[in-house]
Design a protein. Structure first.
Length: 168
């Protein structure tokens, strides 16, 4: 991902939130999301440097249609040897076209090549479509749950895990 991608990635991410999370978290939060602010956060992060974070862009016919990012697992101050899929979003108009699957497979491939033993991710507990997507890719809920407060409402998340192997 480059600075030139930030505006389009922000459009995809905000559109993805508004589509996928409708009814799963307060609408006031979804309505308040700002593409411009999200793009600026991406630009600021890129300016600080990637470090060990991997940002992937999916393109179709010359247009950005998806974005994913991964890196070391984040658990507060705790660090493990695991990778984490931080985010994966596809333009809502492109759902079902295999873009998310391709982004996820490439994230898994890169994390496997980097030597991570497994990949973890967090998903909204009630987001059944996303949970099925991850389960089809070999992930499983590992029993960890965490509430996330959004505009005064607790939105539970569950953690998914997948072992990474030399063959990906």
């Amino acid at each position: 991902m480059t600075h030139a991608d930030c505006d389009r990635v922000a459009e995809i991410r905000v559109g993805g939130w508004r589509t996928a999370y409708r009814g799963l978290m307060p609408q006031s939060h979804l309505d308040a999301l700002s593409v411009a602010e999200d793009a600026e956060r991406h630009r600021a992060r890129l300016a600080r440097g990637h470090g060990t974070r991997g940002d992937l862009i999916a393109e179709r016919n010359g247009s950005t249609v998806g974005w994913a990012c991964h890196g070391p697992y984040r658990a507060g101050d705790l660090r493990t040897d695991d990778a984490e899929l931080y985010a994966i979003y596809v333009d809502p108009g492109q759902y079902g076209a295999g873009i998310g699957r391709a982004l996820l497979q490439e994230s898994i491939r890169r994390c496997t090549a980097a030597g991570y033993p497994r990949m973890l991710l967090w998903v909204l507990k009630e987001n059944t479509d996303a949970r099925r997507f991850y389960e089809r890719a070999g992930f499983h809920a590992d029993g960890a749950e965490e509430p996330w407060e959004v505009d005064g409402v607790l939105v539970p998340e569950v953690r998914y895990a997948r072992q990474l192997t030399a063959t990906g």
